[in-house]
Design a protein around this ligand. Structure first.
Ligand code: GLC
Length: 712
């Protein structure tokens, strides 16, 4: 979508337009005039990336790094710029420099727990569950617990979080990432990184950028507009480095607009470093380095694993003058800056070889894992069957309820649980007490078992992992037929989706309730049982749209996904996820942000007031039901038509937990940048004049309250 450049206010400097009178109207009909507000014009470039709470002036990491590099030989500097392959429990390593007392680096996967075959660790719910909590506090809490386990196993670089936007629901690593929305992505990424780095563990936000499919991931060239990169695919990375203070970034395997990501100067040097102020470590994905000179000149630092390009060849390049010695110094400074800033010099971790059998999981972490699974499970449908009201008997059905329980995904995101994995069946049996519980694995006998029970619970799953995309959104292995047979036999059937993301639901009308339980980790069964029996309520909201059919959504042609074998074209531009559905008019099965509670809420009285360089929305939330529950109040902004933006973009949210009858006023900040659009490299982020619509509600498709703001 191109915006008519004439519509951009040409304002020198801060670009202040006479503050407009703002008329505010809400669904309750109340109206008020608010004076002043956002100024139209360019939004200044961001502040340099430093550790949260540490000013750039107080940050000594870069200076310490430069002083150390000044003492290093060329060989010693180059030794920092590539790594060996992994060992037990980690994916890569950079040897220590004993002469200068530089600690070794041990790089450990994955985003959903300490991976690479590590033992004694927690198998957490997947990252999609964490995203579905819609709770930055929970994200930070998870990051801190996960970071503690990486530290306990001696890994001072975590190859997490994975924050690639879910452009297509087929992505094989959907379980490892968060969401289709850039704002939710940014909030989660910043908070997970902050949590991880409360320990001497460098968070590595990945994969920069536009790694949104597994098909031909090692060669595909993503053709995408700069505007879509800056407004959709970059915001999570920018927040991770600027607000989270991430010490490292991992570039992606693919090309973006013709350049390999690790040698993409426009993305790395110009954007990540110069525009966003990132001065930490940029590593390749494993085998993602393709050159010596282009990589060094692009602003990237480290080849992982091996030294094909940034080992001897880099020394040769310095000798030949194609890479300056100063560039190698800068690369080494980036690595050491990340290490100093995250405390790796001041807090030395144990050698991984000495803690292989150490158990770093704990009861507290298992409790948190269970809590995240509860807070992130999404109640999609519920017709008076949940929570259970002392059922006389239960029939649990499906391979995914027992031996086939999918508590994590495949590839570098796989995590081995320490101790028992509590399957849905085990969790339900443990919680059911004297209520009889039968189990049936497959179709044979399922209908009879369902018919004989008071309530049926059928668990269905799809196994996904790194390296392969899903070829369909339909549940595999005849599970749709199984669910249909169960719902036909018992109208009080609960369907539990043990999946990486959205699935088609041809049986939906016959199901009394549906819970998106994702890959719930080793506590999955206990979390599910707590929700079914009403000890807890599913607290999640959808971080992705659930399509009603394979024909819905952007990327409808092969060249748009998975591409023509060489290129994949992001023709949808900004219309990713719910943005697509709103602009195309397609009605999904369940919209982004959707999720039911065991109680009910009423939102009312939306108003807007000036706050700092922007506005603050206030809305009343009341628990109108009979039990405590949580609500996620969501704010979606629509820019003036001249901006050329999709309508209704998430710009603020807050999760509140209220007792029956309790009311609260939720305040949602709309800083100036919330109104800005990225038009071109020249204009950058700019606030356009015009009338903006602020809508508030419970999902992207349920926005009962509305107000108008005129800018400039
Ligand atoms: C893999 C993944 C990356 C992972 C790395 C090390 O190919 O793309 O996410 O961290 O290699 O295992």
């Amino acid at each position: 979508m191109n915006v008519n450049r004439r519509s951009v206010l040409k304002l020198a400097g801060a670009g202040t337009v006479a503050a407009g009178v703002t008329t505010v109207a809400s669904a309750t009909g109340a109206a008020a005039a608010v004076r002043g507000g956002v100024t139209a014009g360019p939004v200044p470039a961001a502040a340099p990336a430093t550790k949260p709470g540490v000013s750039a002036a107080a940050d000594k990491a870069a200076a310490r790094a430069a002083a150390l590099v000044a003492k290093m030989t060329l060989d010693e500097k180059i030794a920092l710029l590539h790594g060996g392959t992994g060992g037990t429990g980690y994916a890569g390593a950079v040897p220590a420099n004993t002469r200068l007392d530089i600690p070794a680096l041990y790089l450990g996967d994955g985003p959903g727990g300490v991976g690479n075959g590590s033992t004694g660790v927690t198998q957490w719910p997947d990252c999609k569950t964490l995203a579905a909590t819609w709770d930055p506090g929970t994200a930070r809490e998870y990051g801190a617990a996960y970071g503690a386990e990486q530290a306990g196993k001696g890994h001072n670089i975590a190859l997490a979080p994975c924050i690639n936007i879910l452009r297509v629901p087929y992505w094989g690593r959907s379980f490892e990432t968060f969401t289709e929305d850039p704002y939710l992505n940014a909030e989660l990424a910043a908070h997970v990184v902050e949590g991880i780095q409360t320990h001497p563990v460098i968070a590595t936000v990945k994969h920069f950028a536009a790694n949104n499919q597994e098909t031909l991931r090692g060669s595909i060239d993503v053709v995408v507009s700069q505007r879509a990169l800056h407004e959709i695919y970059y915001p999570g990375f920018r927040a991770a480095v600027q607000r989270g203070g991430a010490g490292a970034v991992m570039t992606s395997y693919n090309k973006v607009n013709g350049a390999w990501s690790h040698e993409n100067r426009t993305a790395v040097q110009d954007t990540l470093r110069d525009a966003w102020g990132f001065d930490g470590l940029v590593m390749s994905d494993w085998g993602g380095t393709h050159s010596t000179v282009l990589t060094a000149r692009a602003g990237s630092d480290m080849e992982m694993p091996g030294s094909t390009y940034l080992g001897g060849k880099l020394k040769d390049a310095v000798t030949a003058g194609t890479v300056s010695a100063a560039t190698v110094d800068t690369m080494a400074v980036h690595v050491l800056t990340a290490m100093y800033r995250t405390g790796l010099f001041d807090h030395r971790l144990p050698d991984p070889a000495t803690v292989l059998s150490t158990v770093v999981s704990s009861d507290a972490h298992l409790r948190l894992a269970r809590s995240i699974s509860v807070r992130g499970s999404v109640l999609l449908k519920n017709e008076r069957v949940l929570p259970f009201a002392r059922p006389a008997s239960l029939a649990v059905i499906g391979d995914a309820a027992d031996a086939g329980a999918l508590t994590h995904g495949g590839g570098s995101g796989a995590v081995t649980a320490n101790g028992a994995v509590v399957t849905p069946l085990a969790g339900i049996r443990a919680r059911a007490g004297d209520i009889p519980v039968t189990y049936t694995k497959g179709l044979a006998g399922a209908a009879d078992a369902a018919r004989a029970a008071d309530v049926a619970v059928v668990v269905a799953g799809d196994y996904t992992g790194e390296g392969t995309d899903r070829t369909t959104l339909a549940l595999p292995d005849g599970q749709d037929e199984l669910i249909a047979a169960v719902t036909a036999a018992n109208p009080r059937t609960v369907v539990v989706l043990n999946t990486s993301g959205s699935v088609l639901m041809p049986w939906l009308d016959g199901a009394a309730a549906v819970i998106a339980n994702w890959y719930g980790g080793q506590e999955q069964g206990n979390a599910l049982a707590a929700m079914l029996f009403g000890d807890e309520e599913p607290g999640g909201r959808l971080p992705e749209t659930f399509p009603a059919s394979e024909q819905q959504g952007p990327a409808k042609t092969t060249v748009q996904y998975p591409g023509d074998g060489t290129h994949v074209y992001y023709d949808e531009g900004l219309a990713v996820g719910y943005r697509w559905y709103r602009s195309s008019g397609e009605k999904p099965l369940f919209p982004f942000g959707h999720g039911l509670s065991y109680t009910t809420f009423r939102l009312s009285g939306l108003s807007l007031e000036r706050s700092g360089d922007g506005y603050r929305a206030s809305v009343g939330v009341r628990n109108t039901g009979r039990r405590t529950g949580s609500e996620v109040v969501q704010l979606y902004l629509t820019a003036p038509a001249a901006a050329g933006e999709p309508a209704g973009q998430l710009k603020a949210f807050e999760k509140v937990t209220l007792k029956p009858g309790e009311s609260r006023t939720v305040r949602l900040a709309l800083p100036r940048e919330a109104f800005a659009v990225w038009q071109t490299t020249e204009t950058g982020w700019t606030v356009l004049p015009g009338t903006y619509t602020v809508a508030v509600g419970r999902s992207s498709a349920d926005l009962p309250l509305e107000t108008k703001v005129r800018i400039g």
